[in-house]
Unconditional design. Sequence first.
Length: 184
Amino acid sequence: MKLYDHIEKTLGKITESWKLTGEPGWIQVLFFKDNDLNDVNLYVTLGLSNAPLDIGNRTVRQELIFGAHSSFSDEDMASFLLTFADHVKTSGKGLLRGESIEGKPLIDGVKASGVYASIPVFWDDEFHVFNGSTPATVFVWLMPIMKSEALFISKNGWNAFEDRLENAHCDFWDLNRADILEIN
């Protein structure tokens, strides 16, 4: 089974794709408009896993999954994910569970200014890892976060953040959602 077959098996048929042009070892973003999540568009990298990434003293392969309400521009979402994936590839360092990366708004006009690396909990366990590569390719869900959430994670750790998430009724797909620290 090819990696894109593994992805389509869970997320359905690819609606569209974008890629960075002129880049050796290209990365593309696959777009899934029709999926099991109501009013949410999904974006998945393909090609990031061609570059082995270091996590501590071991090597991993990763692909990234990101979702947002369909009201956000598909092209803007794809551009964000392409840029982010290229940054990960260039760094040579894989994303650890619980890692937060914060900076400027993910796209113009939104509150979300960072991402939180997590297990893709909204999909079946068999989707999380593709065993057709060596080492296996792990899918990392990038959850959009707000600046104060990133600060909370750096101060209190990812376990404390996930404890907060369990009690928050949060719309994970809204890039302008309320901060979970305000909800609790």
